[in-house]
Design a protein around this ligand. Structure first.
Ligand code: PFF
Length: 457
């Protein structure tokens, strides 16, 4: 089978090296999921036991699925939809398997629509930090600042539009120069900054409390829903089941070890999430804030921490700029599945990126309205499970808890049962193939099904 790698230059997005792929994949994986979502869902789901389940999901489901997706992407050499077309044909199987590509593309597209709204929140914080507004800010003022932002559709729309514009810009131009160059510098910088924040967190006097909150499991507080949330988040944080890794895999050189690379990406991603937790919870506890505060957690707590640090405004500025970049390098990968697919169908990348970005932007408007004007609009309240969930809550719920697990399940079945083992071994190498193959056939699909089933029960 012809691999995309032999056609280098055909697409504006070709990684120049393994390092570049790792940085792009880490750029995709590390984002709001690690720094914004992980701490707040950990807070909402009671801490330690949830973290342990999450780590388990990353290790035994996330990493093997990541290998499967990169493997399928590299073998198919096209957009996730194109790749599934190529592979189902090559395996002599039903075209219905293209559904994996379609589901993945839809999931990442829907995620992009609300991701952009949240990523937009970083920008008014950049402005506030630069103007010194955050220095010595109290927990109450910080809470009020955040509430004020959410209550303003105009502000949210402005920043959502700017962020979507940035995403479209890079996506239209191709990722090699802009993205590749940016992520290789920004990801290490983000890492160092998180370490500094953790250093500060150790001085709050509540570090030990945070460590035991994060790492001492209390299984009595663990619900079936929390397990599903942990699984969904494992997919979300690793950019799985949404086409990103498959799309990026298509640009990956044949010589690169998929197994090693996947481990590296997953470990770096997990480290960032843990560091974010260790930076945030000591501050939360020190200021008597609620761990289960919800989506505002980092936006309310971190300014308080920064406000009290010497040079805090500068660090706050740096932090929100880096968070913006981390979100940016993720959002680009969300658009990639669709843009590369449209490009294959003869539409220019520029047009595809603008068209895709525009539709995601429009859907994003319904998310930003859910935060204020439509905050009482819960269209699926007739179902107990969805009671009180706004449109934004529903997008988040459906993507992370339904579409991604379903897509991951189908991917595992395809990689483990439909594809010939010689074909997957040719990509993954003989050394690790046996273990991976057994996991993909028996463990992953069953584990995902059990989590689903338990949750429905
Ligand atoms: N992994 C990203 C994060 O943790 O913020 C989110 C993400 C990126 C999800 C790309 C899906 C995707 F395709």
């Amino acid at each position: 089978m012809v691999n995309s790698v032999q056609k280098a230059g055909a697409s504006p997005a070709q990684w120049s090296s393994r390092f570049a792929f790792i940085m792009a994949a880490v750029g995709s994986a590390v984002g709001l999921g690690n720094i914004w979502k992980f701490p707040y869902i950990t807070g909402e789901n009671g801490g330690g036991a949830f973290v342990l389940v999450y780590l388990g999901c990353i290790a035994i489901i996330g990493i093997p699925i990541m290998m499967a997706e990169v493997m399928l992407g590299r073998r198919g050499g096209k957009s996730p939809i194109g790749t599934m077309q190529v592979l189902s044909r090559a395996e002599g199987r039903s075209r219905g398997w293209v559904g994996i590509g379609i589901l993945a593309t839809l999931a990442s597209f829907l995620i992009l629509s609300f991701y952009s709204v949240i990523a937009g929140w970083t920008m008014p914080y950049i402005v506030s930090a630069a103007s010194g507004e955050l220095s010595n800010i109290s927990a109450e003022t910080s809470g009020a600042l955040f509430e004020g932002l959410l209550a303003s559709p105009g502000q949210l729309l402005l920043w959502h539009s700017v962020f979507m514009g940035l995403t479209v810009l890079v996506s239209a131009g191709g990722v090699r120069h802009g993205l590749e160059r940016a992520v290789t510098k920004l990801m290490p910088a983000l890492f160092v900054l998180l370490l500094i924040l953790v250093g500060y967190a150790t001085t709050t006097g509540h570090f030990g409390e945070a460590v035991s909150f994060l790492f001492r499991p209390d299984f009595s507080s663990l619900t079936a829903e929390a397990v599903l949330v942990a699984l969904g988040h494992a997919f979300f944080t690793l950019s799985l089941a949404s086409g990103a890794m498959m799309a990026y895999g298509a640009y990956l050189n044949k010589k690169v070890s998929i197994v090693r690379t996947s481990f590296t990406v997953a470990i770096l991603d997990t480290c960032v999430a843990m560091l974010a937790g260790l930076a945030i919870f000591p501050v939360v506890f020190a200021h008597g804030l609620a761990a289960g505060e919800g989506p505002g957690l980092i936006f309310v707590t971190l300014p308080v921490a920064f406000g009290q640090m010497p040079g805090g405004s500068f660090f706050a500025l740096l932090f929100f700029v880096l968070l913006l970049f981390a979100a940016w390098s993720s959002s680009i990968s969300m658009l990639e599945s669709l843009v590369s697919h449209l490009h294959e169908r003869g539409i220019s990348r520029v047009k595809a990126a603008i068209g895709g970005g525009l539709v995601a932007w429009l859907i994003g408007i319904t998310t930003l309205l859910s935060l204020n004007v439509w905050s009482d609009f819960a269209p699926l309240s007739m179902f107990e499970r969805f009671e009180g969930k706004t449109l934004f809550d529903l997008y988040d719920y459906f993507t992370a808890n339904i579409m991604m697990p379903l897509c991951a399940f189908l991917t595992a079945v395809f990689a483990g049962w439909v594809m010939k083992p010689e074909h997957s071994a040719a990509e993954l190498g003989q050394r690790w193939h046996g273990v991976w193959y057994a996991v993909m056939r028996y463990f992953t699909p069953i584990a995902v099904l059990i989590v689903f089933y338990t949750n429905l029960g």
